[in-house]
Design a protein around this ligand. Structure first.
Ligand SMILES: NC(=O)c1ccc[n+]([C@@H]2O[C@H](COP(=O)([O-])OP(=O)(O)OC[C@H]3O[C@@H](n4cnc5c(N)ncnc54)[C@H](OP(=O)(O)O)[C@@H]3O)[C@@H](O)[C@H]2O)c1
Length: 375
């Protein structure tokens, strides 16, 4: 029996992780953590009977304790750290949005827990620190993101040294075929209408700007220790190929399937095995007309900027990530136009002088400063 802790259990990845666990025989939900969706958390407690839960706001603790007196209820970032220290945990699933879980991930690594990582910010902001700690502690960080899972699956039977290039696929988002003039007038409802994937709001807007793909390039750099020059983005509107690995003899291996997060989540939980648990509908392989296109960096300048920030390293990805998050939520609230997202980010990047090898405290202080200034 594997004991699983899920941070972000009420979100898009968190709820799908529970759907996967329901179909697997040997997985037990040990703890759940969420932000403020207490009603959904209570439903999850009834169904999965965890020993611990953690919520963002301590004021809701009594509300949960009244209904579930036998559960240990924790709160806040200290609560997440406590979850990261529970001995019985085997797999620590990180499906929170934002940066709230970064310290908990480091603590779980110190405690030698396998990390199933969906959260992008962990590697984008602190990739060097997290990967170094994982190596020192001999801990596996298994990606949940479909592209990185695809790469892992393609490398599974190969010596990683034989891989020479990673090709990360991108659907191109809802505005792939629109002009920049048209983009100017799109609102959050248009941008949230992703053609292929149903996800949380923040990541869906990041797909429309293609920042998400740039963040995935940064994640791939850290996860697979690949030079940025050997990580390529390819637009693949059908989202059937979830990524390719190109090997030294010119062979490409691809992982394919209908767009569904259930498969990469299940693979992260059962890695390195493949289980007969949850299944997607198999796609009709005939007449798919799969396309693979070069990204248009002029139309989507944030894709180039995000990758450039990754290449520069230091604090640049931290600045980009924080400015992007503030701008995206302003756009969702209708306070700014779609193309204002890039104006805010470019302005912030242009005035930044890079600092190499920031400490975790410096990263958090900088992140907080940018969010406060741009709010
Ligand atoms: N969705 C996808 O298909 C997908 C694919 C690849 C990668 N990712 C990445 O996975 C992460 C999660 O994405 P998502 O789409 O699942 O996001 P989401 O639907 O917005 O869910 C976020 C989760 O984080 C929880 N949360 C927020 N603040 C918290 C806090 N302070 N303490 C504890 N929990 C907190 C939320 O709780 P409440 O709802 O209760 O407030 C919710 O459960 C992101 O980094 C995203 O980029 C997502």
């Amino acid at each position: 029996m594997k004991n699983v802790i899920i941070l972000g259990s009420t979100g898009s990845i968190g709820t799908q992780t529970l759907e996967v666990i329901e179909k697997l025989d040997n997985f037990n939900v040990l703890a759940l953590a969420c932000g403020n969706n207490i009603s959904l958390l209570k439903e999850q407690i009834k169904k999965f009977n965890p020993k611990y839960v953690c919520i963002e706001n301590p004021e809701h603790k009594n509300n949960i304790k009244q209904d579930f007196p036998n559960i240990k209820v924790l709160s806040g970032s200290d609560g997440l750290l406590e979850l990261a220290s529970i001995k019985e945990c085997d797999i620590f699933v990180v499906a929170t949005s934002g940066i709230v879980s970064v310290k908990a991930v480091l603590k779980a690594i110190e405690n030698k827990k396998t990390i199933a990582l969906a959260n992008k910010e962990t590697l984008v902001m602190a990739g060097d620190i997290v990967m170094k700690k994982a190596k020192e502690n001999n801990v596996n960080i298994i990606p949940i993101d479909s592209e990185h899972s695809a790469i892992l699956q393609c490398m599974q039977t190969q010596d990683n040294k034989l891989a020479q290039r990673l090709w990360i696929t991108a659907s191109g988002g809802p505005f792939l075929n629109n002009t920049r003039e048209e983009m100017e007038n799109f609102n959050a409802k248009d941008a949230l209408n992703h053609p292929r994937w149903a996800m949380g709001k923040k990541i869906t807007i990041d797909c429309a700007t293609l920042v998400n793909k740039g963040l995935e390039v940064i994640e791939a750099h850290h996860l697979y220790n690949f030079d940025y020059n050997n990580i390529k983005v390819v637009i693949h509107p059908q989202s059937i190929v979830h990524s390719f690995v190109e090997f030294i003899d010119g062979s490409f291996l691809a992982q394919m399937g209908v767009p569904s997060m259930h498969i990469p989540i299940q693979y992260a939980l059962t890695y390195p095995e493949r289980f007969n648990g949850i299944k997607t509908n198999s796609f009709n392989i005939y007449n798919q007309n799969l396309q693979f296109l070069e990204p248009d960096f002029k139309k989507f300048p944030l894709l180039k900027l995000t990758i450039e920030c990754g290449k520069q390293g230091g604090i640049m990805p931290v600045v980009l990530n924080a400015a992007n998050e503030v701008a995206v939520y302003k756009f969702i609230k209708g306070e700014i136009n779609f193309l204002d997202i890039e104006k805010i980010i470019f302005k912030e990047i242009e005035k930044t002088t890079n600092i190499k090898n920031p400490t975790l405290d410096e990263i958090f202080a900088l992140d907080e400063d940018i969010r406060r200034r741009l709010a």
